[in-house]
Design a protein around this ligand. Sequence first.
Ligand code: MLT
Length: 249
Amino acid sequence: MKVSIFHTPELIPSDSQPDCAIAIDVLRATSTISTALAAGAEAVQAFSSMDELMRVSEQWPADRRLRAGERGGAKVEGCEMGNSPLACTPELVGGKRLFMSTTNGTRCLEKIQHAKTVLAAALINRAAIVQYLLNQQPDSIWIAGSGWEGSYSLEDTVCAGAIVHSLSAHLASQGQTLESIAGNDEAFAAVALYTQWQDRLLDLLCHATHGQRLLRLDCLDDLKYCAQLDTLDVLPIQRELGVLVKHTA
Ligand code: MLT
């Protein structure tokens, strides 16, 4: 097993595909996707383009769809919801398909959509992701941060580090180490970031540029929610291009 980390969608190689690709957008797309599926959403269909989202969602029965649109942290006009995981209650999302477009997270999902297996990870579902990787043992794993408009983000890297840290701890009994599973320098750096901040994840998210942006938009509760580790036993997995569902063993 070799795990490589890419900090932004732009850095993901386009000339090959891994066995398993994992998109991360802790603030907040993959936290919201995980929460929506755990709350009973039928699926989350991700779009990089808002126009495409509107076009495709029009063909879906109105009582079984929700349009979730975010740009710059704020809700997009014409959508029923923005991108807050806290809005994803069973009452609102149960049985519905979320048609979702966000500034960076859904673009990241689109970039990895041709991998054999595509997952969506956040801090809240880290354990479910690690368990899946331990069960499936894919040879090559790419973890892709969504970043912010092409720039590095602390929150996605710390989550990638949390995944690799836990994976190498579990694999130690099979004689594997971080050194043996790390596929690039970024994997070492992400684990170092995680080990430094693992007991202060909320503090780190509050320091992060996008965390600051969300705090200005009055979203402290979203940060508190997204900073939790291993609280949700849900594995979002791509069933068809762009469509993520809850994986059932
Ligand atoms: C994104 O895709 O950039 C985010 O999920 C933004 C957000 O809503 O916090």
